[in-house]
Write a protein that binds this ligand. Structure first.
Ligand SMILES: N[C@@H](CCC(=O)N[C@@H](CS)C(=O)NCC(=O)O)C(=O)O
Length: 220
């Protein structure tokens, strides 16, 4: 079956899909959207996905948008290696990490990304300090939970896939925000979170994962 993935460089949700494809070792066609030219708003793309969002999976007459919808679809298409667990305990642990990420780490990361990557970003202490404190708390919790190899247990899962782009994004924010602001909790080597740092290295070392790093991040 021919399979195509449309994605945007630097989009954490796109990155999830690229990671799942790499980890499942799925042959596919990769279509990087030209975001500078707003290709996601082009008539050709809107014909595939009327919402104009990315990522998007196209497999013959099947079209799926939304990273978690795509990850679950891929899990059905390519069951091995399993990403969403096989037992209630395993599946529960994976989705709990994802829910926690969505409720806490993701919104705080969004606040900081807007503050430091937008020209008119709100860098006032009242905006960025609470977000940084959430991140600090979440990192401490992740560090404590990382007694096993992977975020939600003894094998790589969707929990690792969801967290990896967010943590890479935070490392990028840390370099942009200047030493004083983020280094208290997050320098570029994560020295205060050695288990998290080791996990990040393990993830990056998985076959195919390093090549999913957003190309325009490498360029800038
Ligand atoms: N919940 C969706 C969110 C998809 C989404 O909003 N993606 C953003 C990019 S990160 C997008 O398509 N933005 C539209 C645009 O930039 O024009 C998912 O997980 O895939």
């Amino acid at each position: 079956m021919s399979l195509t993935v449309y994605w945007g460089s630097g989009s954490p949700v796109s990155w999830r899909v690229l990671l799942a494809l790499a980890i499942k070792n799925v042959e596919h066609q990769s279509e990087r959207l030209n975001l500078g030219e707003k290709q996601q708003r082009s008539p050709a793309y809107l014909a595939l996905n009327p919402r104009g969002t990315f990522p998007l999976l196209v497999a013959e007459d099947l079209r799926v948008r939304g990273s978690m919808a795509i990850l679950n679809t891929l899990e059905r298409m390519f069951p091995e290696p399993v990403l969403f667990g096989t037992t209630p305990r395993e599946t529960g642990a994976i989705w709990q990490v994802i829910d926690d990420h969505n409720d806490h780490l993701a919104p705080a990361t969004k606040v900081l990304a807007r503050a430091f990557f937008r020209k008119d970003g709100d860098r006032s202490d009242s905006n960025i300090v609470p977000a940084r404190e959430v991140i600090k708390r979440e990192f401490m919790m992740l560090e404590q939970s990382l007694c096993k190899m992977w975020i939600a247990g003894s094998r790589v899962s969707a929990a690792d896939i969801v967290l990896y782009p967010t943590i890479q994004r935070l490392l990028r924010i840390a370099t942009r925000s200047g030493k004083d602001f983020m280094n208290e909790i997050l320098d570029d080597k994560l020295v205060q979170f050695p288990l998290l740092a080791a996990w990040l290295e393990r993830m990056t070392a998985l076959p195919g994962v390093d090549s999913t790093y957003p190309p325009h991040w490498r360029e800038s």
